[in-house]
Design a protein around this ligand. Structure first.
Ligand code: ANZ
Ligand code: ZN
Length: 864
């Protein structure tokens, strides 16, 4: 062992050794318990950032820990390799997305290897390779066959000047990010997965995921957004048309005075046709089509609309209700039509006041009578029914049930449930994605690609077109094909590609048998490894990625490929990596290079004023506050970097970057290294102490006990909550205790045995965290095997006992004395000992204390 700790030397050495011995490669071993540890795979954006380092370090510690616990651990890594940034980079740098992607993968793989992560690289999965996405195409065909995938018209963001579809993130304040012209909504035929069929099942199981953070299941539930209510049918006057509406407040149906249809509702132009409103309506539709139509955006617009020229009839009152089309009605929710009850819904109220429509209160607050003309806002609460015929005077919640009964009895409506969740639109009008395996033929219509023709390979000889348009539609040798049904040679392929969320919805199954050529995966391998025992990733994926993965798992289940429904048993969402920002009283936010340091104070280089350290912000390129992992690796090595990430904060919390923190981590490793160096020769060749505890002399006994207490603490911290920071603190305490042992403590054999035990304990407890460091010391202690092959240390219960406890005594909350007694002494004895203390006596005097509180093994508070 070298005198100096030189991470560069030992890290490379052990990484090579691990690779040579295939240490991290695993196979199905039916007789051994498995543990599947998965971190969210990265997008190969160029190089890894601190967020990756943190995520993967957390995962690696658990993987290594579980291995030492005897589990057969699957710990794979791969690349979520399709997606838009590759196209943008390709256009900007005049390269091909494939080239850019594979270069990035090579670079990032190397970075991950340098961090010493225990990945089974033989299972690496890259989603942009045909041997991966062919199975996704295969599943698409299965879903199509079962009606789980279908095609319909839907809106996309369209930029006319660029002639291209834009992703939501390419629309900036309604304008195209590239040319700055307004973006409009355009209808295109697109493919959808029928995730809404699973809305209820996905929702119900949110409450059966005890290993998930509650905030994540809550987000999922809100996203699914179940509403219970009724569908009520409104007949259009002098017509056969009936408009169903979804409402959660059917108790207010007597107060519905007008109707609002979404501008996209197909009935709107039909109703207006031939009326004098026709022109105004089509202008309105046109204008709205330029706006963003997400419910979030729509909430912020002022409510507006136009009369369609037609009326419908309120089914319970017979009242004529004008039909409007309004911007706040969304086509994507319920039925796209709203019965407007202005007295009890604020949007309807605003709308009614604006267009002078009647307001009829039907629910009075307890002890109050609403008068329409005097209302300044809608009343959304509960109360007693009014203006509602036979229901007047009843509590509205009770009337609600009876009104639902009435509607159902008369065939005017029915109880209904509506979900906010929409079907998953997977068509992307982009190049760098998995082709959708469908063919359009003028004779046969939509024809699925025969299974034997898979994969439909994305042609890699395509050149990206300016504006980001996909070259696929113009690439004849791809787009033109023969109809598999009738043989027509002028059939066309689907040239849209799949949403990249499709790839990430089943990669965890692929890892189980990544080279399987006959199917998506080998069923036995998946039956053994799945579900994932622990999934770790960013909270930014808490909704879509996790929901889609849960959905896909249900699809695979219902197709009969697997027998579980939930893919991830436990989930950990780690916090962000942040850094304190600097700001100058004059210049505000400063980038790091705009500051200089002088004798511990920071100054603004623009005006020389002292800088204040301010808010803690997420590391990001745009803030130029990122710390490059490469720099850390070079300066400190992988182990210090890993140690810092784990020590600085518990995983689910944000981690605040600190240079001192990294320095501190490096110092600790150096301290352990030196300690090991001092004892190495002494303990060489002796066995770890395992004898009686009581007979050890003081310092050795305390050290031995401390070692076992530390084992217990670290194990529980990892096992219960992944609190590596407190685990590391505990090891630091043990190291401190070891420093207290001198060369003359106890007999030589005892001393050597106890110190060997303590040293081995430190090394093994640290080994998942700083694996190269630990392996080197383990080796130096004379062990040939990998630390991963060593069972995780176990604590001796009899060695844990703390014989004596120091009890603090307070009188009226003030510290007045302390004494030691045997651990777990009963409360009465402790009280007597406290009262017998001389100093305490002085403050208590002769009076009988009012109250004595005992906190076991810690404190006595006497109130006088
Ligand atoms: C009448 C009514 C009266 C309503 C009242 C509310 C209050 P949640 O609870 O979020 O599910 N709604 C229905 N479809 C809509 C659409 N496509 N676009 C915009 N709004 C729509 O919301 C259900 C309520 O949202 C429904 O209940 C309906 O307004 C409106 F005092 O019907 B309500
Ligand atoms: Zn055909």
């Amino acid at each position: 062992m070298d005198e100096q700790y030189d991470p560069r030397k030992i890290e490379q050495k052990w990484q090579e050794e691990w690779e040579r011995s295939h240490l991290f490669e695993v196979d199905v071993q039916a007789d051994r318990p498995k543990y599947y540890l998965l971190e969210m795979f990265p997008y190969p954006s160029g190089k890894i950032h601190m967020g990756h380092v943190r995520n993967y370090t957390i995962g690696d510690v658990v993987a290594r820990y579980k291995r030492m616990q005897g589990f057969n651990v699957l710990h794979p890594m791969g690349w979520d390799a399709f997606g838009m940034p590759a196209e943008n980079a390709a256009i900007a740098n005049n390269t091909h997305p494939a080239e850019w992607t594979y270069d990035n993968i090579a670079y990032m793989r190397n970075q991950l290897k340098q961090l010493g992560f225990s990945y089974d690289w033989s299972r690496e999965v890259t989603t942009c390779t045909p041997d991966y996405y062919r199975w996704e195409q295969w599943l698409f065909l299965k879903m199509y066959e079962k009606g789980m995938a279908y095609r319909k018209e839907a809106y996309v963001n369209w930029c006319e000047p660029c002639q291209t579809v834009l992703a939501n993130e390419q629309v900036e304040a309604g304008m195209c990010w590239r040319c700055g012209q307004p973006v409009r909504q355009k209808k295109l035929n697109q493919w959808f997965f029928r995730i809404t069929d699973y809305a209820e099942d996905l929702l119900v199981h949110c409450d059966q995921l005890p290993g998930w953070p509650e905030k994540v299941t809550t987000m999922q539930k809100n996203w699914i957004g179940r509403s219970q209510g009724a569908e009520i049918r409104f007949a259009v006057e002098e017509s056969d048309t009936v408009i169903p509406v979804f409402t959660t407040r059917h108790d207010t149906v007597f107060g519905a005075t007008f109707m609002c249809l979404a501008p996209e509702h197909p009935l709107v132009p039909q109703l207006a046709a031939g009326t004098e409103q026709a022109a105004a309506v089509s202008d309105f539709i046109e204008r709205i089509s330029l706006q963003e139509r997400t419910s979030k955006a729509v909430e912020t617009y002022e409510k507006e609309g136009v009369f369609t020229g037609k009326y419908c009839i309120n089914p319970v009152t017979g009242r004529r209700m004008p039909i409007y089309t309004a911007n706040f009605a969304l086509m994507e929710y319920g039925t796209g039509a709203v019965m407007s009850v202005p007295a009890h819904d604020q949007r309807d109220f605003d709308f009614a006041r604006k267009y002078d429509l009647p307001i009829i209160p039907v629910v009075n607050p307890e002890g109050e009578t609403l008068v329409a003309a005097q209302m300044t806002e809608a009343y959304a609460g509960d109360g007693l029914m009014v203006n509602s015929g036979a229901f007047d005077g009843q509590p509205n919640r009770q009337a609600m049930e009876k009104i639902a009964d009435l509607l159902e009895a008369k065939g005017l409506g029915r109880r209904a449930i509506s979900y906010r969740l929409r079907d998953w639109g997977i068509s992307r009008q982009r190049y760098w994605g998995a082709p959708i395996p469908m063919i359009y033929c003028d004779t046969c219509g939509t024809v699925p690609v025969p299974e034997a023709d898979l994969p439909i390979v994305l042609p890699e000889d395509a050149h990206l077109l300016a504006g980001g348009r996909s070259p696929l539609p113009t690439l004849d040798h791809f787009a033109r094909t023969t109809c598999p049904k009738c043989g027509r040679t002028d059939a066309r392929r689907e040239t849209d590609t799949m949403d990249t969320f499709v790839e990430s919805s089943w990669y965890f199954e692929r890892y189980c048998s990544p080279k399987c050529n006959e199917a998506m995966f080998d069923r036995d391998a998946v039956a053994y490894w799945m579900p994932v025992d622990q999934y770790i990733g960013g909270v930014e994926h808490a909704i879509l990625h996790l929901l889609y993965s849960r959905y896909f798992t249900r699809v695979l289940h219902d197709i009969g490929l697997i027998d579980y429904k939930e893919p991830f048993t436990r989930l950990l969402t780690q916090g962000m990596v942040c850094k304190e920002t600097m700001s100058c009283p004059q210049h505000g936010y400063l980038f790091p290079e705009q500051a200089r340091e002088e004798r511990g104070t920071l100054y603004c280089t623009l005006c020389d004023r002292p800088i204040t350290l301010g808010r803690v912000e997420k590391m990001s390129k745009s803030k130029r506050n990122v710390v490059d992992p490469n720099v850390l690796l070079e300066r400190y090595g992988a182990d210090t970097t890993r140690l810092f990430c784990l020590f600085a904060a518990p995983p689910e919390r944000d981690l605040e970057w600190s240079d001192q923190g990294v320095e501190g981590s490096a110092r600790f490793l150096n301290r352990v290294w030196r300690l090991a160096g001092t004892w190495l020769d002494v303990v060489q060749g002796v066995a770890s102490y395992d004898g009686p505890v009581e007979s050890l002399p003081d310092t050795l006994r305390q050290t031995y006990r401390k070692a076992h207490q530390t084992i217990e603490k670290v194990t529980r911290d990892i096992e219960d909550r992944f609190h590596f920071n407190t685990a590391i603190s505990a090891v630091m305490e043990l190291v401190n205790q070891m420093h207290a042992v001198g060369p003359d403590d106890g007999g030589a054999d005892q001393r050597k045995g106890v110190m060997r035990h303590a040293l081995e304990t430190v090394i093994l407890l640290l080994s998942p965290i700083v694996p190269h460091f630990a392996q080197e010391l383990w080796h130096a202690l004379g062990h040939a095997q990998s630390t991963l092959a060593v069972p995780w240390p176990v604590w001796r219960k009899d060695a844990l006992v703390q014989e004596e406890a120091t009890i603090v005594v307070q009188v009226n909350g003030k510290l007045r004395g302390r004494f030691t007694t045997a651990v777990d002494t009963d409360d009465d004895t402790v009280k007597q000992l406290a009262l017998a203390d001389e100093r305490v006596q002085k403050f208590v005097g002769d009076k009988a204390p009012k109250k004595i509180v005992v906190v076991k093994n810690k404190l006595v508070n006497i109130v006088v």
